[in-house]
Design a protein. Structure first.
Length: 74
């Protein structure tokens, strides 16, 4: 019981810093969980607007691919 005031203040400060860190971790954990869930849902079930974009990307020719005419003359 013979602790001096300085060590009591140090302990209280350490405890308060740890409490704030814990609160921030909980807040970030919840936000991270929501972001992960949203990303997984987007991967499994893409939004309706993305289907058209995917179709257009597949339909557009890739300029890096050689056509069959270019490769047959070699």
């Amino acid at each position: 019981m013979g602790r001096d005031v300085e060590s009591m203040i140090r302990d209280l400060t350490d405890n308060s810093v740890n409490m704030v860190r814990q609160e921030q971790m909980e807040q970030k954990k919840d936000a991270a969980r929501e972001m992960v869930e949203e990303r997984l849902l987007n991967l499994l079930l893409p939004p309706a607007g993305d289907k058209q974009d995917d179709f257009e990307e597949k339909a557009a020719p890739n300029p890096h691919e050689k056509s069959s005419e270019e490769t047959s003359f070699r």
